[in-house]
Ligand binder design. Structure first.
Ligand SMILES: Nc1ncnc2c1ncn2[C@@H]1O[C@H](COP(=O)(O)OP(=O)(O)O)[C@@H](O)[C@H]1O
Ligand SMILES: [Mg+2]
Length: 292
């Protein structure tokens, strides 16, 4: 059983997605979700009820509504990201396809397009609401809920420098891996797009410059979300391109660090142009030195 399906309690539907993450399915009588196109990885019986808004949509070109929902047969709440069929969606799908297997993303349970009404998602929900009732094509990503809030919340409450070092190192390694292994850049790094998950694993494993690195987790791992502004590298990325993202990630962490000694040291790194760092390795070494 794959990781993506590990929380599923009931048996799988008979029609399974094959190797591709997003498989276009024919309309099914059994499925409540119908519409212009139905994609399915594993949406169980498609019985989903949204019951709370985390972020209501706004009427601009970047429409997106984040919902808490319950999915029949799934243990615990799920998050649904509703969006227009637009360029950001195209990028997000491309990004999610590219990072398949990346363990530091909120796991996608399924995603599909169906007809719904955007106006229904412009305001906060007050009662459980069914999806896919309307006549406009909208896209829905259903994913696991990461319950511990975002990076800002976590770093602001941290007093132990070793835990701070752990989360910063893990975040930096994640963005190195996105570049080196998955050949993409995220393009929208901020606290709201780095969520903090709990883990029972004592160590988190990363591959950086071909070497395996284990980081003590202290029970927390970052989950990178929202690939709506990502891009793929057409060729093998050069180190300066990756360091550009690492700089952004470090810059985000910096805002919330209270230890002035560590903050000053890290600040001196982010203030320098990424081209000044001869390699990803030298950037990482300087970051880790701040905790020496
Ligand atoms: N899987 C998730 N678990 C918990 N909260 C989430 C999840 N996905 C999104 N959120 C919350 O919703 C916010 C917006 O989601 P995001 O995918 O970044 O959409 P947008 O494109 O609108 O920025 C996040 O900053 C986070 O607070
Ligand atoms: Mg976001």
């Amino acid at each position: 059983m794959s990781k993506r399906q590990s929380k599923v309690k009931t048996s799988m539907p008979t029609r399974r997605a094959k190797s591709q993450m997003f498989e276009l399915l024919p309309k099914s009588k059994r499925s409540r979700i119908i519409g212009v196109r139905t994609y399915k990885a594993n949406c169980l019986n498609n019985k989903i009820n949204a019951y709370k808004s985390l972020k209501p949509g706004e009427d601009n070109t970047d429409f997106g509504h984040i919902l808490m929902a319950e999915l029949d047969g799934y243990d615990g709440p799920v998050i649904i990201k509703v969006s227009d069929i637009n360029l950001f969606l195209k990028r997000e799908k491309m990004g999610l396809s590219a990072i398949e297997g990346f363990p530091h993303h909120a796991k996608i349970i399924c995603d599909f397009t169906c007809n719904d009404n955007k106006t229904r998602w412009m305001k906060s929900l007050v009662s459980p609401t069914q999806l896919c009732i309307g006549n406009e094509p909208l896209h829905f990503f259903v994913m696991e809920y990461i319950a511990n809030g975002d990076l800002e919340k976590y770093i602001r409450g941290l007093t132990d420098p070793q835990q701070l070092r752990s989360i910063i190192a893990q975040i930096i390694y994640c963005f190195v891996e996105l570049g080196q292994k998955y050949k993409i850049y995220h393009g929208d790094i901020h606290s709201g797009n780095i969520l903090i998950d709990t883990t029972d694993d004592a160590f988190s494993k990363h591959i950086v410059n071909g070497e395996e690195i284990l980081v003590k987790t202290f029970g927390r791992v970052p989950k990178i979300i929202d690939f709506g502004r990502c891009g793929v590298f057409n060729a093998e990325p050069i180190d300066a391109e990756i360091v550009f993202e690492l700089n952004s990630a470090l810059w985000v962490c910096l805002h919330y660090i209270e230890d002035t000694h560590i903050k000053d040291k890290l600040n001196s790194i982010t203030l320098r142009p990424e081209t000044e760092f001869s390699s990803v390795k030298s950037f990482i070494e300087e970051v880790l030195d701040a905790f020496a």
